[in-house]
Design a protein around this ligand. Structure first.
Ligand code: OSB
Ligand code: MG
Length: 399
């Protein structure tokens, strides 16, 4: 057998359960512990064995998209790992092609691509942000810091919402996205107006997670145009995920820019949305597109079409958040994303640090790979399940 310069030694799947500081509630699910699937890739290189980490951003329940942690674990074991091991994947750019015959499950695929990229780039001494910038078509250089932003879950009262936002403003955040709902008694208008009145210059946006689904575009527009005067950067995903035509009609009826999130699950869907005029802002999450390399292509497309672009988040650990910050450093990103400091969701994170700098920014990790260090002993403490998959052996065994 020919020996390759770089070969995969194996992959470890690790499920971790991280307690959240506060329960996270939105129209896309509610949970007080983050059940996350991590992937550890081990590569053999001329410089020795290196490992890299990736994270599957799927939520514990299929309340945002159809993916969820347990299903991601299952598809990884039954289909993704055998495909990756039989293709002898040892480079991030080989992961997507090796998994192309398995449909969907983009968030699970993203974890493997990110883990292989992290290991590969650590071996090469290359920062993920520089690697992604090299993959992008854009000539403009990447940023060394990115504007931070905080996504605030559904509040119990207008008073508690203003208090929570005040805490983030005091920490230095200047960009806030409020989750809105039409169900919980608190009207979107009352929440957004209270925050806008208290902080007239805050960069403010709303994320509906499909709360206006079921309304005709004209009916949704009648409610949403009441927000036009608030100077919001955008309202994210007001209608159903698949309803591109409805969003296009709505976009013509309201002044607030429409941003799409759940609606955009492939490069082709982004092209269709832009062609239809369904959005003027794109919320990009690598996990919806099967990996960071595909996300770079979407970024290139948005930049070429002059569409405002932001990087989304999914209450991930520092492993995915660091990769998101690297992605958001590319020149196509024009708006603050869901990029908050390591301490925002968790008392103790499994990887970091990503700190909020004066001016409300986060430094793009400059070290090799994703540039953050994984706290192995914390992973061990928080692990609820783990399995090692060695290369050259189709049967999983403990290591
Ligand atoms: O709709 O953008 C969303 C979290 C989980 C799932 C979906 C979404 C979100 C957020 C949180 O808005 C953003 C963050 O992680 O900071
Ligand atoms: Mg969203």
């Amino acid at each position: 057998m020919a020996t390759r310069a770089v070969a995969v030694v194996g992959f470890e799947l690790v499920r971790v359960l991280l307690p959240l500081r506060d329960r996270w509630s939105s129209g896309a699910g509610s949970f007080s512990q983050r059940d996350s699937l991590l992937v550890r890739a081990v590569l053999r290189t001329p410089a020795g064995e290196v490992e890299g980490w990736g994270e599957c951003p799927a939520l514990p329940e299929p309340t945002y998209t159809s993916e969820y942690t347990e299903a991601a674990t299952e598809v990884s074991e039954r289909f993704l790992l055998p495909a990756l091991l039989s293709a002898q994947v040892a480079s991030a750019r080989d992961v997507g092609p090796a998994l192309a015959q398995i449909k969907g499950h983009e968030m699970a695929k993203t974890a493997f691509e990110a883990a292989v990229a992290d290991a590969e780039l650590r071996a090469k001494g290359l920062a993920l942000a520089d690697y992604l910038a090299g993959v992008s078509d854009l000539a403009a250089p990447r940023a060394s810091t990115v504007p931070a932003g905080v996504s605030v879950g559904l509040a119990r009262s207008v008073g508690s919402l203003v208090e929570e936002v005040g805490g983030y403003v005091a920490q230095g955040y200047f960009s806030v996205k409020l989750k809105i709902s039409r169900q919980k008694g608190l009207s979107p208008g009352a929440c957004l107006r209270a925050v806008r009145e208290r902080w007239p210059t805050l960069t403010l946006a709303a994320d509906a997670n499909g709360a206006y689904e079921g309304l005709a575009p004209a009916e949704a527009a009648a409610e949403l145009s009441a927000l036009d005067e608030l100077g919001l950067s955008f309202v994210e995903q007001p209608l159903a995920a698949a309803d591109l035509i409805g969003h296009a009609e709505l976009a013509r009826l309201v002044r607030t820019p429409i941003c799409l999130d759940e609606a955009l699950g492939s490069y082709g869907a982004v092209e269709a949305a832009l062609q239809l005029g369904a959005c003027s802002v794109v919320n990009l999450k690598a996990g919806r597109f099967g990996g960071y390399l595909e996300a770079v292509r979407v970024q290139d497309l948005c930049a070429k079409r002059g569409v405002a672009l932001r990087c989304g988040g999914m209450v991930e650990t520092g492993i995915a958040r660091a990769a998101n910050v690297a992605l958001a450093s590319l020149a196509g990103f024009s708006l603050p994303g869901d990029l908050s400091s390591t301490g925002r969701f968790f008392e103790r994170d499994v990887a970091g640090p990503l700190d909020l700098l004066p001016g409300g920014t986060i430094a793009v990790p400059a070290g090799p790979g994703n540039g953050v260090e994984v706290d192995r002993s914390l992973v061990d403490t928080l692990a609820t399940w783990r399995r090692w998959w060695p290369a050259g052996n189709s049967v999983a065994e403990a290591r």
